[in-house]
Design a binder for this molecule. Structure first.
Ligand code: PXP
Length: 238
């Protein structure tokens, strides 16, 4: 059975919309663990649009499961991750203009740079994952470089419908088998929701699914009514 990594970036998005102190993603990590999260994922972006440096250090101290730090393979992030020492790191491509991580990391065309980068992280005993598209050449390069995990990008699968979605799912399934044969541990994520997750979760040897937006959206849906009722009660007391 696949484990669940809960991405809490969108909690921080709401906080940053007002540049205030709530909602605090650190508190929500605690709630996610209570709900059964097997790990907590945060993406520290270069532009700090949601998760802040303060968040990652507090999370490292308080979470009882595992901390998965998503980051771009930059010198700044290397410095931060060696100080933080998260349980593992997922290397993702990062473009300033994108709304969310768009494509997978191009491991194949950056083998030399990424090998040095991964070696450096591993020398600090941090396990490293590559967020890649389901393509054999990217998987081969990830294996050769020495990544411990790959995370297969399910964003395309999530966007497609009907037969096209089925075809993309087969690609993900074949990629996961191919990667496992090479000795890689296979995670998956991006765009997974309450409707489309089951087919990905049932892939043999799927290690972990990383899910953020749909869980935070659902939390709003199941929590808003109570939040309004509590405010209404406070107002009506006088
Ligand atoms: N995995 C990776 C590598 C990601 O970049 C993201 C988005 O931050 C996710 C998983 C989670 O995607 P979503 O928020 O669509 O569930």
């Amino acid at each position: 059975m696949a484990t669940l990594g809960v991405n809490i970036d969108h909690i921080a998005n709401v906080r940053q919309a007002r540049q205030t102190v709530e909602p605090d993603p650190v508190q929500f990590a605690f709630l996610a663990e209570l709900g059964g999260a097997d790990s907590i994922t945060v993406h520290l972006r270069e532009d700090r649009r949601h998760i802040q440096d303060r968040d990652i250090y507090l999370l490292k101290d308080i979470i009882k499961t595992k901390l998965n730090l998503e980051m771009a393979a930059t010198e700044e992030m290397l410095r931060i991750s060696k100080k933080l020492l998260p349980d593992y790191i997922t290397l993702v491509p990062e473009k300033r203009q994108e709304i969310t991580t768009e494509g997978g990391l191009d491991v194949k065309n950056n083998e030399k740079y990424l090998k040095g980068y991964v070696d450096s992280l591993k020398s600090s005993n941090i396990e490293v994952s590559a967020f890649i598209d389901p393509a054999n050449d990217q998987i081969n390069s990830s294996g050769e470089i020495g990544f411990d995990f790959i995370e297969l990008h399910t964003g395309k699968y999530a966007q497609l419908k009907g037969h096209d979605q089925y075809v993309e799912l087969q690609k993900i399934i074949e990629s996961s088998y191919y990667a496992v044969d090479l000795g890689l541990v296979v995670n998956a994520g991006h765009g997974l929701n309450y409707q489309n997750v089951k087919k990905v979760a049932s892939i043999n040897n799927m290690n972990e699914l990383n899910i953020g937006h749909s869980i935070v959206s659902r939390a709003l849906a199941v929590g808003l009514e109570r939040a309004v009722r509590e405010m209404k009660t406070l107002i009506s007391i006088n």
